[in-house]
Design a protein around this ligand. Structure first.
Ligand code: NI
Length: 169
């Protein structure tokens, strides 16, 4: 297993659109293990392959309190969204230290393959539903700060660039 470096906003590689996984083989299973390890180490509840510069449709998540219920979504597709939406506070491992409100569907149904290549449908609500929508956005090259006003987004961009510069000093 290996810890993988996480891309930080505004890295342009975060805007690449991920391609579907062709086969859930040993390479993908190894990627999933590394992504889970990286997510747990970073204390995140979700990680999309895009964030570690792999542009294939793979997501790992764990929204459980005890951090013992890993969920793997390969080639996820939204098949149903609730008629209602509301604003939730979100954060992202690619935008450390920034939290802001984003409007999401209250519930979603998603079909995906698991890490053995089995297809299943997940009926998600609350935090899991928000997390799925956030991570699926990553696969489309979208970071949550892009839902915020241009003013806020630019402030965040400046802050991130400055933090990176200080880190490299
Ligand atoms: Ni994120």
């Amino acid at each position: 297993m290996a810890l993988l470096p996480i891309l930080c906003y505004p890295d342009p590689k975060l805007h690449k659109v991920a391609k579907p996984v062709v086969a859930v083989d040993a390479r993908i299973q190894s990627l999933v293990r590394d992504m889970l390890e990286t997510m747990y180490e970073a204390k995140g509840i979700g990680l999309a392959a895009t964030q570690i510069d792999v542009h294939e449709r793979v997501i790992v998540m764990d929204v459980s309190e005890d951090r013992d219920q890993p969920l793997v979504l390969i080639n996820p597709e939204l098949v149903w969204t609730s008629p209602t939406r509301h604003i939730n506070e979100e954060g992202c491992l690619s935008v450390p230290g920034i939290y802001d409100g984003v409007e999401r569907f209250d519930a979603v149904h998603v079909t995906a393959l698991d890490d053995r290549g089995q297809s299943r449908t997940i009926e998600a609500e609350e935090l899991l539903a928000v997390c799925i929508q956030h991570e699926m956005d990553h696969l489309m090259g979208k970071v949550f700060v892009e839902y915020l006003s241009p003013l806020k987004r630019n402030r965040i961009k400046t802050k991130m660039i400055k933090a990176k510069r200080e880190e490299e000093r």
